[in-house]
Write a protein that binds this ligand. Structure first.
Ligand code: COA
Length: 180
């Protein structure tokens, strides 16, 4: 499924369209973008056409493109939704590196989290982050994700093993922090 348009102060989440598959080709050819995504190979256009089609057809994932400053800068999603137990995993990529460190991931996660709890009626969101990826963890923590634990030496990248942080946010904890 594709998520609906969600407008924040600086960031808009929108459903993917036919213009989007080519955007991922340069993003995923850049190892600075992929180093904390656990992927070490690039993608061809036909692969991304197929991937976005699968997201659109999936009944246990909700996928958005991220817009800011009048551009499409990345993508985010709620994945592996377990509708009975009401939990899911989340992920994000800001592929346009010139837009890093502007608070856009934090705001995209805020929109995504609100939609997951207030519209999808999910109970818990979970994610994993390579420990050196301080920006991702910080943005998640600002959206209520809390530490569950660390898997030691879980991924190999850049010539060394990386620990992985596991975080999750429960709806009742998130709701307590909301004013609207
Ligand atoms: C990780 C990523 C999503 C962060 O996006 P972003 O839009 O730059 O993040 P934000 O601007 O919202 O920053 C979030 C926080 O991290 C901090 N931060 C940003 N870059 C940082 C860095 N390189 N080192 C340490 N902290 C950093 C910000 O200052 C902010 O904290 P603050 O609000 O206390 O100042 C983005 O860099 C990205 O897509 N990277 C490639 C793919 C990836 O790693 N995805 C996540 C996989 S778990």
């Amino acid at each position: 499924m594709f998520g609906p348009v969600l407008r924040g102060d600086h960031v808009t989440l929108r459903p993917a369209d036919d213009s989007d598959p080519p955007r991922f080709v340069p993003w995923f050819a850049d190892m600075e973008v992929t180093r904390y995504l656990g992927r070490r190979t690039a993608v061809a256009l036909y692969y991304e056409v197929d991937t976005l089609k699968k997201f659109g057809e999936s009944d246990n994932a909700v996928f958005w493109m991220i817009e800011a400053d009048g551009e499409t800068i990345g993508a985010t999603g709620i994945h592996a939704i377990d509708w009975i137990n009401a939990h899911a995993t989340t992920g994000i990529v800001i592929g346009a590196k010139e837009h890093w460190r502007k608070g856009y991931a934090t705001e995209a996660m805020r929109l995504r989290t609100r939609y997951a709890f207030r519209e999808l009626n999910l109970h818990k969101l979970m994610t994993e982050v390579f420990v050196p990826n301080e920006a991702s963890r910080r943005a998640l923590e600002k959206n209520g994700y809390r530490t569950i634990g660390i898997s030691r030496e879980h991924f190999f990248t850049g010539g060394r093993w990386q620990d992985v942080w596991h975080g999750e946010v429960l709806r009742e904890d998130w709701e307590r922090a909301q004013t609207t």
